[in-house]
Design a protein around this ligand. Sequence first.
Ligand code: FAD
Ligand code: NAP
Length: 315
Amino acid sequence: MAEILDCAIIGGGPAGLTAGLYATRGGLENVTMFEKGMPGGQITQSSEIENYPGVTGEITGMDLMMPWPEQCQKFGLKHAMVEVKRVSKDGDLFSITKGDGTTEQAHSVIVCTGSSPRRAGFAGEDEFFGRGISTCATCDGFFYKGKEVAVIGGGDTALEEALYLAKICTKVYLIHRRDTFRAAPNTIKRVEENDKIELVLNSTPKEVYGDNMGVNGLKVEDKDGNVRNIAVPGVFIFVGNDVNNQTLIQEDGSFLCDVNDQGQIVVDLSMKTSLKGLFAAGDMRIEAPKQVVSAAGDGAVAALSAISYVDELLS
Ligand code: FAD
Ligand code: NAP
């Protein structure tokens, strides 16, 4: 069995990386961040971020996150590229069960596993996922250069990514189920003023159709029941996210700590959960503003709380 970690950080997005920076720089000796992919989190899928303080000019999410891991490693944060399957607790010690079946033990855990894109739930969505249906414009937008695409959703993500796709594609149909958006006013203005974006409002996607080569089009229904056929080879879905809380589910199906009815982790202002020694930060916590800057702030708060907890536990 490996040495007991002072702190295990699960997830390497803005919250996890900042927790790693503060935990190591704040004096915890043995801290590992478990991240199943490349560190950086979901913002690395964003084509543009313009609201991270102090960062001006056009910058992609990937560019923003690039230096974060190096900064943490300078202070001793270890990175294990592995998926965590479960976090459990026996007495004062946490067990972290990894995808390869092995476990590590820790005195404290900060869970920062963020959220994942939600499916919209129309016919053909699963069948054509990855073959014309995407949840990442930065990753897949280029495949539709010089073509028309559809974007589904009416939040910040859908509108920002519609603007991004309008730079590459000849036309973007922005399909939203209501006639008002839940996005920043400046973003709504830019969308409304973009003549390559056609707003298809009060409309719900019913079916994506295609053949073995991929998507050929999308059928949407308006509130009067009229069905419109939109012939596009690419459909981008941005209809929100689900909390990644799976690592906290125990063998008997219960959660390791309190969660609300949407599965978000209940924390106090110190990012403490209902279980001693377990902290949560970023998009997965209750009332998260779902911003890079707030996820990073949460990570810092959670690490400071973990330092106090471990100091007291081991003194
Ligand atoms: P995440 O970024 O979701 O990171 C969680 C990490 O945990 C991931 O790297 C994941 O791989 C890892 N993980 C999950 N489960 C496991 C597991 N079991 N084991 C190991 N690792 C695991 N915010 C802004 O402030 N400005 C913007 O302009 C902006 N634009 C956005 C554009 C898009 C397209 C998207 C999707 C989001 C945008 N956001 C923006 C929101 C922002 O990205 C999030 O609020 C932020 O990334 C949340 O950080 P987090 O660390 O809580 O979680
Ligand atoms: P979101 O704000 O939850 O918006 C999801 C959109 O999808 C809503 O417009 C919703 O419609 C629609 N929708 C949901 N389910 C649907 C379905 N089954 N079929 C069709 N449409 C459906 O999600 P998001 O845009 O991904 O944003 C998530 C969070 O990240 C937000 O807090 C957002 O502010 C933040 N974020 C911020 C920035 C930024 O600051 N620049 C950028 C991106 C994201 P209704 O409106 O009718 O509910």
